[in-house]
Design a protein around this ligand. Structure first.
Ligand code: PNS
Length: 165
């Protein structure tokens, strides 16, 4: 069993994220999901508190399974490597959807290892979910489109409220 950190913006959490959490739980046993304050993404929709609440609601069914696996949810303002250190995780996990993700993630992983000795493991996401992105979820919900196949049910009400519908 290993303890891993899964950092992200989660603005909002979607089914692709939950697939990565499920894979990480199955493989490693203990996952700390960290909603990061991300100053490079000022165009976000939900504040950190609401992103955290949506994550808590989305992972609650996993906690109820009582199979010895553990999922925690935290928020963190700072570097992912500092969150990794303060949570004493073995490594960071990231989901990969596309080659575009790989380009970005590879540079972050190499930087985090070079600067702080923290390693990253990539998990390829379920191909049936690989088209989902928080950005498009926000955009579709803003214009009243249907995102019910892309996000956990608990997130739908938050999106409706945020888009004033
Ligand atoms: O869900 P996202 O937006 O793709 O997640 C990106 C995130 C938040 C994981 C990344 O931007 C991050 O780790 N931010 C924290 C700041 C940090 O560690 N920066 C140095 C990266 S090498």
């Amino acid at each position: 069993m290993a303890k891993v950190l899964y950092p992200g913006s989660f603005d909002p959490v979607h089914l692709g994220h939950l697939d990565v959490i499920d894979q990480a739980l199955e493989l490693f046993g203990h996952v700390v999901v960290a909603a990061m304050h991300n100053p490079s993404k000022p165009s976000g929709l939900f504040d950190l508190e609401e992103r955290l609440a949506m994550l808590e609601a989305a992972v609650a069914p996993r906690r109820a399974e009582g199979d010895g696996r553990r999922v925690d949810v935290i928020s963190f303002a700072g570097l992912a490597v500092d969150a990794a250190r303060s949570e004493s995780v073995d490594f960071i996990v990231k989901g990969l959807r596309t080659s575009g993700d790989f380009e970005v993630e590879q540079q972050m992983a190499q930087t985090n290892r070079a600067a702080a000795g923290v390693r990253t493991v990539y998990l390829p996401c379920n191909p049936a979910l690989s088209f989902i992105s928080s950005r498009f979820v926000r955009e579709i919900a803003h214009y009243g489109g249907d995102v019910s196949g892309m996000v956990p049910e608990q997130v739908l009400a938050h999106l409706r409220r945020a888009s004033g519908r």
